[in-house]
Design a protein around this ligand. Sequence first.
Ligand SMILES: CCCCC/C=C\C/C=C\C/C=C\C/C=C\CCCC(=O)SCCNC(=O)CCNC(=O)[C@H](O)C(C)(C)COP(=O)(O)OP(=O)(O)OC[C@H]1O[C@@H](n2cnc3c(N)ncnc32)[C@H](O)[C@@H]1OP(=O)(O)O
Length: 208
Amino acid sequence: MTEADSEKVDLRSEIPRFKPATPPAAFGEFVENMRRLQDLAVSIDAPDEVYAAAQEKTAELIELLAPFEAREGKGPANRSMQLPGRGSLLMPPWKVEKFDEESVVATGVLRRYHLGGGGVAHGGVLPLIFDDNFGMVVYAAKRPISRTAYLHVNYRKVTPLNVPLAIEGKVDRVDGRKTFITARLTEEDGTLLADGEGLMVQLLPGQP
Ligand SMILES: CCCCC/C=C\C/C=C\C/C=C\C/C=C\CCCC(=O)SCCNC(=O)CCNC(=O)[C@H](O)C(C)(C)COP(=O)(O)OP(=O)(O)OC[C@H]1O[C@@H](n2cnc3c(N)ncnc32)[C@H](O)[C@@H]1OP(=O)(O)O
């Protein structure tokens, strides 16, 4: 396929053609600085002149980056498997520690950016972590490309910030197009914070 043709692809079918990326050398540090900025953006209490100066600098940054905006599947974000959160700011900066047919394990911390209230993680961040784990479990188990049909999370304890956490997910059972997955989110000492169950349904040809 020529570059011109590849620009014409239907982006809704991008998942089946997921291709890992090798990011340029400075990309990882750029993403980590962006994460630090996110933490600061949701936590600072600064005088107006500081916001005004920051606004000018961010406007400069936008001007620098905007010409390089690319379609899904071209840039390194979300595809850099060796970077925390695959280099995607949407994903918490977790590293995949185990990725095989038995299970997928990812570890990391949640940060100030992920705060809900009362010093602990926002409840909505957990389904994101579970959904991502389920996607990887399906892939690692060599099941066909699937999408999440449902996802259920049981919140057993509040999830702390800045504490090492781990999620482990595995295939529970398979029924035709359906892959049922279970996962557990724990602290390092094994304390259960949340467990989840999801149904991933194999996409039919032409299904986005
Ligand atoms: C996704 C893999 C990514 C690949 C990257 C690969 C690896 C690189 C490594 C790492 C990358 C890491 C992670 C990737 C990250 C995330 C992946 C997350 C994936 C998603 O985040 S994706 C977004 C959210 N997701 C949607 O946007 C789905 C919208 N939706 C639909 O697209 C349809 O809804 C669909 C296709 C699900 C089904 O539709 P359909 O028409 O094909 O099939 P149908 O409805 O007939 O269901 C067939 C059988 O499932 C049963 N069934 C269906 N739904 C059910 C429910 N809710 N509860 C109970 N049973 C249910 C039926 O009852 C029937 O069962 P039975 O056959 O027994 O009768």
